[in-house]
Write a protein that binds this ligand. Structure first.
Ligand SMILES: Nc1ncnc2c1ncn2[C@@H]1O[C@H](COP(=O)(O)OP(=O)(O)OP(=O)(O)O)[C@@H](O)[C@H]1O
Ligand SMILES: [Mg+2]
Length: 271
């Protein structure tokens, strides 16, 4: 289906983000980042460490504000976090003092309707039904990430934001998790924005891949992933996959590192 005719769900227009570090130097994390995510799309953002990928997700989640440009969700400027955008953080996501079931149910605590059915559904969907009473410290890495996704999905967000969710997993577990995510995305029709530094993951999962250059991060290119649908690990064995992989790896390598951590040293103060 051609998704380009739909109005964007998320829009980044010329977005910049500059931080001020502890020496009062300005660090440009993002510069003029422009891309959009349309309803039903799976978009990946890839780029080297420190190029601003997490910053992009935090801005989309409303946890961070841009210092220039505009970010809109359903056409409205983003003014803070909302239940319509679920974020799975790059680092550990669960409350250690709650068991798996309580963790999954956490986002529903303000709902009037009993949440049991919904919690059961997401435990089943993520293959965690047999671990409902277990505490997070007793879960494997893959299970923890499934728990994190269940926690984000249970409130039925319009947009799921995933920050390198499978980065710490071994190859086999990662592939199963990627297939699970594809299945969940197809069933729930949730729109997904995924941050990764794994080119293979981006090609396998996405409709489009936003390649970010080294810091300050800006959009180097947006590539369509043309692997046949529905996606599965079989797609990784195709010539099209090889072609896309080589192309994206080339684009990545021709990025120009700035060589400096700071945008305009000694300007100090301000945002
Ligand atoms: N709160 C902050 N204060 C100052 N600098 C920050 C802050 N958050 C991020 N940065 C800087 O912004 C840049 C981008 O950081 P970000 O975490 O978005 O990168 P990333 O692409 O997610 O990296 P990685 O792949 O390692 O997770 C880095 O130079 C980082 O040091
Ligand atoms: Mg990051």
């Amino acid at each position: 289906m051609d998704l380009s005719r739909f109005a964007p769900l998320l829009e980044f227009r010329d977005v910049g983000r500059t931080y001020v570090d502890h020496d009062f130097r300005r660090v440009a994390a993002l510069e003029q980042v422009t891309f959009d995510v349309r309803p039903g799309e799976f978009v990946s953002v890839i780029g080297p460490s420190g190029c601003g990928k997490t910053t992009i997700l935090r801005i989309a989640a409303g946890l961070e504000y841009p210092t220039s440009g505009t970010v809109r969700f359903e056409g409205e400027p983003i003014s803070g976090p909302g239940r319509d955008r679920g974020l799975v953080f790059q680092s550990y996501n669960a409350f250690p003092w709650l068991n798996v079931r309580q963790n999954v149910a956490f986002g529903l605590t303000n709902r009037l309707r009993p949440a049991d059915e919904l919690v059961d559904k997401w435990l089943l969907e993520m293959g965690l039904s047999d671990f409902a009473t277990v505490y997070p410290k007793a879960l494997s890495g893959g299970m923890r990430q499934r728990l994190a996704i269940a926690r984000a999905m249970i409130v039925e967000p319009k947009l799921l934001l995933l920050d390198e969710p499978f980065g710490a997993l071994d190859d086999r577990t990662r592939l199963s998790m990627q297939e699970l995510l594809l299945a969940v995305a197809a069933r729930s029709r949730c729109t997904i924005l995924l941050v990764t530094h794994d080119i293979r993951e981006a090609i396998l999962l996405s409709n489009r891949i936003v390649i970010i250059s080294p810091r300050p991060g800006c959009v180097k290119e947006i590539v369509e992933s043309t692997l046949p649908m529905p996606r599965s690990r079989e797609g990784l064995k195709t010539r099209e996959f090889e072609r896309l992989y080589e192309y994206i790896a080339d684009q990545w390598q021709t990025g120009q590192p700035t060589g400096s951590n700071t945008a305009s040293e000694a300007e100090g103060g301000g945002k």
